[in-house]
Structures are given as structure tokens and as C-alpha cells.
Write a protein that binds this ligand. Structure first.
Ligand SMILES: [Zn+2]
Length: 551
């Protein structure tokens, strides 16, 4: 046993001496969490008979039945009227783009090759989308961010045009860390934002210019994900583009040169005051679609608050995974998703059990929300955020679990998206009480904060905590923790081999859940409203709903 470990154990022993009988203290309910109980649920949810829990399949039917049955047996009430379910209507759009894009340009016509040089799809349900001689504009990073005094669309009319924009935040490509949040990617850097903003601006299409550094993954990742059908929410009132996709950096440079500009204009996009540049060219292509309508479900349960029943603390996790797909080398074709995210789903049942164990019920209502279709783009959580069962303005905060640590106790717990909200401080406080500390996402430029369900709530302005597992493994150190994470990502992430294994050590996961439970108690026994920190891109949205709350 090393010195540090001794110190941690002393701190833990001290913490548990502090035990008090009054409900709502830090210690209450913590002993309810145990690995055996967590494993029991993980084994069921990730078993072959649940078929990888893909939405609309037998796997969904079994999963939502299991969750309802468990919530009922724990004694938590249905969360949506007298139902545990919320319908999530979705559309599956299979885009068949033309194999080429014709470019008519002042410096000579050319043809771009689909898949190799660009990928394109439509979010619309029209049978055919025809782009006929549509003008192209290079709009820098395609960002409108008042809090950073940045507007790539200032004085620009892109109605009926295709905008070509860079991925990531202004300042990424020239390394100017004084812009935006420096190395940390804001939501303005995400490709999904680029499409949303282009649609708000009235553009017909948007092509995001790919570079491996700025996107944090190679073009092949884009090619593979664009080559399948896309599941979307069936949202009638959303502003949508006719066509959206990615273009390789080389092809983007070809378009810029053909349109009569020097490719050095790309570098100008990082300089404050950049003005978008219309290119002297048009592009033509078309997309045929095949559309299927289906319905999946979020599962919702609740424990009503005793004092502030119309204020809500949400625990969330996505129940879905990838289903049955391409077999791996061993012939296994069931994507069990044991860690991703049977483990997170199982924690909802454990949280429910812990909350029910408390002698005094929480003062605010606790909601357990298992969402669908995270793997297809955070759809279940987005649907909930857009059609909330409980008012967004009255939702205090969200604690999301996407995967748990299966390699033992860690001294740290990781905060994803450093400096976003006060929820982070509550986690820090809880960690310190348990002799632990918080660490931060080592690659904030990859925008992990925007890649799981908590983000859907953040976008609606609800402070949402994203935590990941620590790497500072007790007795083994950080290198070991890093190695365990890398090993999972390389061998098991989104592969059939993400299956439960008896060698899993969930003792660290239990520690992490206890911290999230402590944070939940801070929110649920009391009347505080955590907020977003200055500079957060979600602060303005919350301020709108705070005004609503005061009414
Ligand atoms: Zn996943």
C-alpha cells in the first residue's frame, strides 16, 4: 500500500465518521449502491436476448418492458401521467445522392466525385431534392456568436445558396487561443451547429470542410456515417436545409480556386472581422430519398418532491445501442453495448433504489429518464428537451451517465466540458468530501461535451453535468487508467465485444455513482438553482427560462 492510498483511506474513514441520522446528509443512502446489484441489471440489458437494444426492434420492446417492470418493483411512479413511456416519433431518411456534383465556374467547369470528395444527404422528406445551379459562398466558420462578438454571416445574404464552412471554432486553424474558448471547442465548432445556423440563415445547403485535426477524426469516419440512412425526429416546425454534408479540404480548395479566389482565403477565416466570400460558380446535383416513419420510446419514472414537487432534478442515461450488425472476427454480430450504455441505464435503477431508501423523501421531484436513440444523434433526449414532460424552466439540473468505469477505484472523476456550469462545483465539493478530486477532459478540442445526451438539455438551457471516469487508478496510477480507456476505445467501443465480462471491477463506478447521488441531494434538499458560468454558450437560453420561472 502506498502513502497516497493510505491518505485516501484515512480521508474516507474520516468522512464516514461524520455520519448523521438526519436524512439529506451526505452519507444517507450511499450504502445502497453496490456492484452486485448494478451487474445484475447490466447482465440482463446487455444479454444476447436483448439483441443490442436497437430502437424499433424486439430489443427495444424487451428493454422498455424491463425498465418499466424494475421501476415499478422499486416503487417509483410513472413519470408521464400514468405511463412510464413517452412516444418519440422518428423518420428514417435514406438519401441517394447523385454520384457527382457539376460545378460551373468562372475559372473552368469541373466535376466533384461523391463519397471520395464530398458526402451529401438531405434531412427533408421530399422524394427528390434538385440542386440546380446553386451559388456557393465561403462563409468562414459559419458562426454567429454574440458573446464572442463574432458573426460570419454579417451583411451576407445566403438565401438559396450553399455555404461552405470550416469545422471547429474560429482560431482553431491558426492556433489563436485568444478567440472563443481557446483549445476547448464550443458548440459553435460542432458540425451540427454549422447546419443549424446555415438553416437559420436561409441557406439551401451547407458543406462542412473537413480536416482531420479540426474534426478530430479522419474523412473516412464522415464517409462511413454519411453512407447510411439517417434517423431524425419527426419535427414539423424545424428549419431544415435541402442538402447538408462534408467536403474534403482538397475538394474545397478546388471549388475556391474554380470560383476565382485564392485558397489563402481559408486562413483569413481565423482573423476577427473576416468577411464571407461569394464564389463565382454554381453547383448542380440531386438527392433521391426513401422515407420510413417509426416510433420509439423514452422511459420516465419519478419520485414526487415533498416540498417543491413542481421543481425537477433529472437523472438520465440512454438505453439504446446499435442492435445486430456486421459480425466481428469471431462471428459475433450482436452489439451488446454492455458498457455503452447498459451500464448507464442500470445506474438509473440504482439511483431510483437509493432515493427510495431515504426516510425523508426529496423536497424536489426526482425524475429518472432513460432515453432512446442516442447512438443515432441524441434523438431521444432532444425530443424530450423539445417536448418536455416537465417544464424546462422548472428543471433544476441534469445528471447524465453514459458508460461507467469498469477498471476499479480512481482518485479522480472527470468533468467533461470544463467551466460550463455550477454543477461542476457541486461535483467537486462531493468528490472532496469523499477524499477524491475532479480532473478534466484531456482533449477539450474534440467537443466531447456535445456528444452525449446531457447536451440536449444544455441546448435547452438546463445546467447539465457530463462526467467521465477518472484515470488516476488507486494503486496503479494515471498511465494504467489511460491505458484501460484506450484499450476499450480500440477494442470494444461500438463493437460486438462490448459485452459484460466477470473481470469487470465496478468498485470505481460505485464511488462515482455515490458522488452523483450526493450532487442530486444537494439539488433536491434545498431550493438553489445552479447556473451556467460566464462565457458558456448556454447561459443566454437559461436566462430566458429564469425570467419565465419568476413569473
Ligand atoms: Zn455509443
Amino acid at each position: 500500500m502506498n502513502k497516497l492510498l493510505t491518505a485516501v483511506l484515512v480521508a474516507l474513514a474520516f468522512a464516514s465518521c461524520n455520519n448523521s441520522k438526519k436524512t439529506g446528509t451526505d452519507e444517507d443512502g450511499l450504502s445502497v449502491f453496490n456492484a452486485d446489484s448494478l451487474v445484475k441489471h447490466i447482465r440482463v440489458l446487455s444479454s444476447d436476448s436483448f439483441q443490442g437494444r436497437k430502437p424499433f426492434t424486439e430489443g427495444e420492446t424487451k428493454t422498455i418492458a424491463y425498465l418499466q417492470e424494475q421501476f415499478r418493483s422499486i416503487g417509483v411512479e410513472p413519470g408521464n401521467g400514468d405511463s412510464y413511456l413517452q412516444d418519440v416519433p422518428m423518420i428514417d431518411i435514406l438519401s441517394h445522392p447523385d454520384p457527382v456534383m457539376q460545378v460551373q465556374a468562372s475559372k473552368g467547369d469541373l466535376q466533384l466525385k461523391g463519397f471520395d470528395e464530398y458526402v451529401l444527404s438531405t434531412p427533408k422528406t421530399d422524394a427528390v431534392i434538385s440542386l440546380d445551379q446553386v451559388p456557393v459562398v465561403f462563409a468562414g466558420y459559419g458562426v454567429v456568436a454574440p458573446e464572442y462578438n463574432w458573426n460570419d454571416y454579417a451583411g451576407l445574404d445566403v438565401k438559396g445558396k450553399i455555404v461552405m464552412v470550416l469545422v471547429n471554432d474560429p482560431g482553431f486553424n491558426n492556433g489563436d487561443t485568444s478567440l472563443f474558448k481557446g483549445k476547448t471547442m464550443t458548440y459553435y465548432g460542432r458540425w451540427t451547429y454549422k447546419f443549424e445556423e446555415a438553416a437559420r440563415q436561409g441557406a439551401r445547403g451547407c458543406l462542412v470542410i473537413h480536416s482531420t485535426a479540426a474534426a478530430s477524426y479522419p474523412f473516412s469516419v464522415v464517409q462511413n456515417s454519411w453512407n447510411t440512412s439517417e434517423l431524425r425526429l419527426d419535427n414539423q416546425n424545424e428549419k431544415l436545409l435541402d442538402a447538408q454534408g462534408w467536403i474534403s479540404m482538397d475538394a474545397a480548395k478546388k471549388l475556391i480556386a474554380a470560383g476565382g479566389q485564392d485558397t489563402s482565403i481559408i486562413a483569413k477565416a481565423d482573423i476577427p472581422g473576416f468577411k464571407a466570400i461569394p464564389l463565382d460558380e454554381t453547383v448542380s446535383t440531386s438527392i433521391k430519398t426513401k422515407v420510413t416513419y417509426s416510433k420509439s420510446h423514452n422511459v420516465i419514472a419519478k419520485i414526487p418532491g415533498s416540498k417543491y414537487p413542481d421543481e425537477y432534478v433529472l437523472y438520465t442515461a440512454h438505453w439504446d445501442h446499435l442492435g445486430i450488425g456486421k459480425p466481428d472476427a469471431t462471428g459475433d454480430s450482436i452489439y451488446n453495448g454492455a458498457l455503452d450504455n447498459a451500464s448507464g441505464t442500470a445506474t438509473l435503477l440504482e439511483f431510483a433504489r437509493a432515493w427510495k431508501s431515504l426516510k425523508t423523501p426529496p423536497e424536489r421531484t426526482i425524475v429518472f429518464l432513460a432515453v432512446t436513440a442516442e447512438e443515432q444523434g441524441l434523438l431521444g433526449s432532444a425530443y424530450y428537451a423539445q417536448h418536455p414532460v416537465y417544464p424546462v424552466a422548472k428543471t433544476v439540473g441534469v445528471l447524465n451517465v453514459d458508460e461507467v468505469n469498469n477498471y476499479g477505484k480512481t482518485k479522480d472523476i472527470m468533468v467533461v466540458g470544463q467551466g460550463q456550469s455550477d454543477m461542476e462545483d457541486l461535483l467537486k465539493e462531493a468528490a472532496e468530501k469523499r477524499g477524491r478530486y475532479i480532473s478534466y477532459d484531456a482533449t477539450p478540442e474534440a467537443g466531447h461535451y456535445f456528444r452525449s445526451d446531457h447536451f440536449s438539455f444544455a441546448k435547452a438551457g438546463i445546467p447539465a453535468l457530463a462526467q467521465g471516469f477518472g484515470i488516476d487508478v488507486v494503486g496503479k496510477g494515471k498511465e494504467y487508467g489511460k491505458k484501460m480507456q484506450e484499450k476499450f476505445n480500440a477494442q470494444h467501443y461500438h463493437a460486438p465485444s462490448d459485452a459484460y465480462n466477470v473481470s469487470w471491477d465496478l468498485s470505481g463506478a460505485i464511488d462515482d455513482l455515490q458522488l452523483l447521488f450526493m450532487v442530486g441531494k444537494r439539488l433536491a434538499y434545498g431550493h438553489a438553482w445552479p447556473g451556467w458560468k460566464a462565457g458558456s454558450e448556454f447561459k443566454a437560453e437559461r436566462e430566458k427560462s429564469a425570467a419565465e420561472r419568476m413569473k
